[in-house]
Design a protein around this ligand. Structure first.
Ligand code: GLN
Length: 295
């Protein structure tokens, strides 16, 4: 813990905002950083309601903050990786470049899952490609009766997901396993027994991944983004996995990207094991999720 005066805080903020504007970075990120490091309310920052001579406590000295901010603007490193945390729904998650930074549009997947199911005790749920553990943890908090399994191919991601579950006190609700989806024989006992599979898989076509903004393409794990030639490789795999592992009446709920709705519905229909297939929009009105029920 260190402290600084209101004046140096506002001077720092002015400098950082100017750099942000010059580099076409959302100036709000400066306040996002200050909220965390100085534990200030957004309104305090917006109104600059700390006097020049008042002292403000900081978890990091302004000099350290400047180093972070220069990395943000010069290397285009996402601010969440620089700070090592992000906020998702109503909790804070540790993140590193081993995991995708959970996106706000994905937050809704937890509400969809909990509104559309009424889990009974010990229902088995899978979060496939858990990354930071965001979805598994969100489900654990929203659905107290379920037994959740969080799977990822990346051991580094699993370590972060586990650490997040421990920090948030839900480690007893989630079993973490490494796996390439559910292809390992380890999961054979779950065939036809799973109540729900929820996933935010990689779904961006390979050629589009390289066109993404530098924050994403240069810093986020391509394993979590790249969905192959047409973006649908992982979704195809999940459609088959659901057919094999879901129980009768089980739910498959996946995230996808703008423009994929028709193709994903088609895959589900062709698979032949699903009914009540529906595309659901995110809060921006974009087709973002698909839900289907195992016949
Ligand atoms: N929505 C993420 C992005 O915009 C992609 C996540 C994914 O491929 N599952 O980068």
């Amino acid at each position: 813990m260190t402290s600084t005066t209101g004046k140096s805080l506002w001077d720092w903020r002015k400098w950082a905002v100017k750099l942000a504007i010059e580099h076409h970075i959302d100036r709000y990120e400066v306040d996002w950083l200050l909220q965390r490091v100085a534990n200030l309310e957004p309104l305090t920052l917006r109104l600059e309601s700390i006097g020049e001579n008042e002292l403000v406590d900081l978890t990091m000295a302004l000099q350290g903050l400047s180093t972070l901010w220069l990395a943000r603007v010069n290397d285009r490193t996402p601010i969440q990786y620089l700070l090592g945390t992000t906020t998702w729904r109503d909790f804070e998650l540790v993140v590193s470049p081993a995991v995708l930074i959970p996106r706000p549009e994905t937050e809704l997947i937890i509400d969809i899952a909990s509104e559309r199911t009424s889990p009974t005790r010990n229902d088995i749920w899978f979060d496939l490609g858990t990354g930071s553990g965001a979805i598994a943890i969100g489900l654990a908090k929203a659905l107290p009766n379920t037994s959740i399994y969080a799977i990822d191919l990346s051991l580094e991601a699993l370590a972060i997901a586990k650490a997040n579950a421990i920090r948030l006190g839900v480690q007893n609700r989630i079993t973490f396993e490494q796996g390439n989806w559910l292809s390992s024989s380890l999961f054979a006992p779950f065939r036809q027994r799973v109540a729900a599979i929820v996933s935010n898989p990689p779904y961006i076509p390979s050629s589009d991944v390289l066109e993404l903004q530098p924050e994403v393409v240069n810093h986020e794990p391509h394993l979590a983004l790249d969905g192959g030639l047409d973006g649908l490789n992982s979704i195809r795999e999940l459609v088959d996995t659901g057919a094999e592992y879901l129980e009768h009446g089980g739910m498959l709920l996946m995230e996808m990207m703008l423009g994929q709705g028709d193709a994903v519905v088609d895959l589900l229909l062709k698979q032949g094991c699903y009914e009540q297939i529906e595309v659901i929009k995110d809060l921006a009105g974009i087709d973002r999720f698909v839900i289907a029920w195992r016949i």
